[in-house]
Write a protein that binds this ligand. Sequence first.
Ligand SMILES: Nc1ncnc2c1ncn2[C@@H]1O[C@H](COP(=O)(O)OP(=O)(O)OP(=O)(O)O)[C@@H](O)[C@H]1O
Length: 273
Amino acid sequence: MRSSTTPILEARHLRKVYSSAGGEITAVGDVNFSVAPGELLAIVGPSGAGKSTVLRMLTGLLAATGGQVLYRGHPVEGTPLDFALVFQDYARSLFPWFNIEKNVQLPLVNKVRDATERQRITERVLAQVGLPGMGRKRPTELSGGQQQRVAIARALAYAPTVLIMDEPFASVDAQTRAELEDLVLTLRAQSGATVLLVTHDVDEAVYMADRVIVLSRAPSVVLDSVTIELPRERDQINTKSLPAFALARARILSLIQQSSRHPATDTLATPKP
Ligand SMILES: Nc1ncnc2c1ncn2[C@@H]1O[C@H](COP(=O)(O)OP(=O)(O)OP(=O)(O)O)[C@@H](O)[C@H]1O
């Protein structure tokens, strides 16, 4: 998708300086980008580039030191109600003492007042993520991949306008990872949601995204915004065999490698006076 339309989300001169006992660390230097409605935007960069920090600022969970996040043209103060978040650590994002249904329904309690309707939505999303009839089980009775499906179902139940995912598939095996990537692509096609995905995995970013933002080492800036020239319908084997896939992958990997070879001088902690 091209971003010729009005952006739904914008990062303007985002900056984040963390203060810790050892001094100050400028994690995010000056990050600027915008996201079009319905776009799937992946954010990649070297380890420690500040990808998660940028994502947390976009969600309003973390205050920026400088700059602004705009959602539909308005500054974000606190997480907008139509955002849903999925993180890497499914084991900590599900409540082990609640069954699957209850876990999926928790964020819906204030949004959908009618309990029967909540139950109907829960059953629908569990079927959509391939876990029909599993609602009465507890998270510990499910595999890691199944637990992450529940986390995705919970986000989906909320019918978000913007789905934010931070390394959502990093803790599952390669086969499950591929299945979950395809699941998110299918759900995104059905819902039309805007999706932001932080990932370490350049192949995953190219496979899933419409566009990939490449961050430099900290203090990060956007090195490039790479539009992925692949058909919208993706397939784990055929898409990855296309020349356009290899070209985008090579370009992004080379940017990350170059960035890693030239460490930014102000990455190191500056001791407090
Ligand atoms: N709460 C915090 N307090 C102090 N420093 C932090 C905090 N959170 C992150 N940092 C530092 O900010 C920098 C960026 O961290 P962040 O987790 O955003 O990067 P990342 O690109 O997501 O990393 P990775 O790819 O390794 O997951 C790192 O140097 C990290 O140590």
